[in-house]
Design a protein around this ligand. Structure first.
Ligand code: NDP
Length: 446
């Protein structure tokens, strides 16, 4: 009966959204997690909650023409998928990466609905982006692209409607260019993006939030294993925003982070990654991770990023991109004695990898819960913008910690309530789903 429900949802999703395999993967996981909840709560089946949630409220696709430094006209494709406004304005990042197509944006937007519900803040779910690749482009080219992107996006967003943020390929520089264009087009200074600069409406801790939040979440997982970060060997993939600040907090708490990567390869520094070097290469010079070994000859560089999971560790933090840990990598991690996996990236473990971790007794923190600190702090930025006030670093950091604790507690409690003790994947999906479902029922069929 329950399996039939998942099958029928998946049949409809695949038929309506062919080729969007990442979106299918995200829906399948949620459907499997919430089937018992729907069985036990007939009002959700009657109101067709999941059937409605898999259909975005609105999908926008648009042309983004811009001129490169050589005077050539370039054309990219822009997306904004506004998935659910059941509990607040659409909220979710913008990703600029050549792999972006509708299926990636929809998997991210769908996940965002439940993640945002878990944060305890009033924000709905959305996601956007483009197949534009900022890597190797000059600042002028990035500005030209961002201005063109916002020239269409501006009519769809607003502080009470839809508030995008950054994601892969979208950091402070890109947010700045898009904010400037919005202001020029609308003649309003409004909190329509988060991740803004501190002098013009940004929040302290937003830069650090996803990485720090991930470490706060994994701290709770480790506590339940009767341990902490001290002396633990950690491997993190990526070397972008999430990886850098997860590394920083893990090091502060006494861990030895020994490996980081980018899409070209990975570095191993057995004495511990020197984060100042990584920040210089990645945040200032926009270089490649392999340059790390020029400054630290004791470290090694390996071509190709997927073998990073062969580096033995106690704690693995996949912080780069979707489906970066497959079954084979998960098996190697388990064989090498990994105790906990915390997902900083969105959907970085394939379903088969998740099965390996859960089947081997590895403590597993799913992205929806473990990386929600970024969007939660974005919600705190929105709050400060509405009040036209700025909170201190300590105040925002304390709120972030409280939110990560609340996410952990809700996920644990929901898993237990539905007979899935210790399964944080199910717990996070169920806790997020119930909040959204009850709000949808209260608001009628809209
Ligand atoms: P950044 O663009 O700052 O960094 C991304 C990192 O991942 C880079 O090191 C990049 O390498 C690597 N990477 C990206 N795509 C691939 C790929 N296809 N294969 C291998 N490596 C890849 O992004 P973020 O750190 O912000 O985001 C990382 C992950 O965290 C994403 O999944 C994102 O959705 C998720 N996330 C981010 C949040 C945030 O607040 N920033 C919030 C919640 C989740 P290279 O430079 O070579 O491309």
């Amino acid at each position: 009966m329950a399996t039939q429900f998942v099958e029928s949802i998946m049949e409809q999703v695949v038929a309506r959204n062919p080729v969007e395999k990442e979106f299918h993967q995200a829906v399948q996981e949620v459907a499997e997690s919430v089937q018992d909840v729907i069985d036990k709560n007939p009002q959700y089946a009657k109101a067709k909650i999941l059937e409605r949630l898999v259909e975005p409220e609105r999908q926008i696709m648009f042309r983004v023409p811009w001129v490169d430094d050589k005077g050539n006209v370039q054309v990219n494709r822009g997306f904004r998928v506004e998935f659910s406004s059941a509990i607040g304005p659409y909220k979710g990042g913008l990703r600029f990466h050549p792999s972006v197509y509708l299926g990636i944006i929809k998997f991210l937007g769908f996940e965002q609905i439940f993640k945002n519900a878990l944060t305890t803040t009033p924000i709905g779910g959305g996601k956007g982006g483009s197949d534009f690749d900022p890597k190797g482009k000059s600042d002028t080219e990035v500005m030209s692209f961002c201005q063109s992107f916002m020239s269409e996006l501006f009519r769809h967003i607003g502080p009470d409607t839809d508030v995008p943020a950054g994601d892969i390929g979208v950091g402070g520089r890109e947010i700045g260019f898009m904010f400037g264009q919005y202001k020029k087009l609308t003649n309003t200074f409004a909190g329509i993006l988060t991740g803004k600069g501190l002098d013009w409406g940004g929040s302290l801790v937003r830069t650090e939030a996803t990485g720090y939040g991930l470490v706060y979440f994994v701290t709770r997982m480790l506590q339940d294993l009767g341990t902490d970060w001290k002396g633990k060997t950690v491997v993190s993939s990526g070397s972008g925003n999430v990886a850098i600040y997860a590394t920083q907090k893990a090091q502060e708490l006494g861990a030895n982070v020994v490996a980081l990567s980018d899409s070209g390869g990975y570095i191993v520094d057995p004495d511990g990654i020197k984060l100042d070097t990584v920040k210089r290469i990645k945040e200032v010079e926009r270089g490649r991770i392999k340059e790390y070994v020029d400054a630290h000859p004791g470290a090694e560089y390996h071509e190709g990023c997927s073998d990073i999971w062969t580096v033995p560790c106690d704690i693995a933090l996949p912080n780069a991109t979707q489906n970066e840990i497959d079954k084979a990598s998960a098996e190697i991690l388990v064989k090498n004695g990994v105790k906990a996996v915390g997902e900083g990236a969105n959907m970085p473990s394939t379903p088969e990898a998740v099965e390996v971790f859960q089947g081997s007794g590895v403590s597993f923190g799913p992205a929806k819960a473990a990386n929600a600190g970024g969007v939660a702090t974005s919600a705190l930025e929105m709050c400060q913008n509405s009040m036209r006030l700025n909170w201190t670093f300590e105040e925002v950091d304390n709120r972030l910690k409280m939110i990560m604790d609340a996410i952990y507690d809700q996920s644990v409690a929901a898993a237990e309530a539905y007979g899935k003790k210790g399964n944080l994947v199910a717990g996070a999906n169920i806790a997020g789903f119930v909040k959204v479902a009850d709000s949808m029922i209260a608001q009628g069929v809209v």
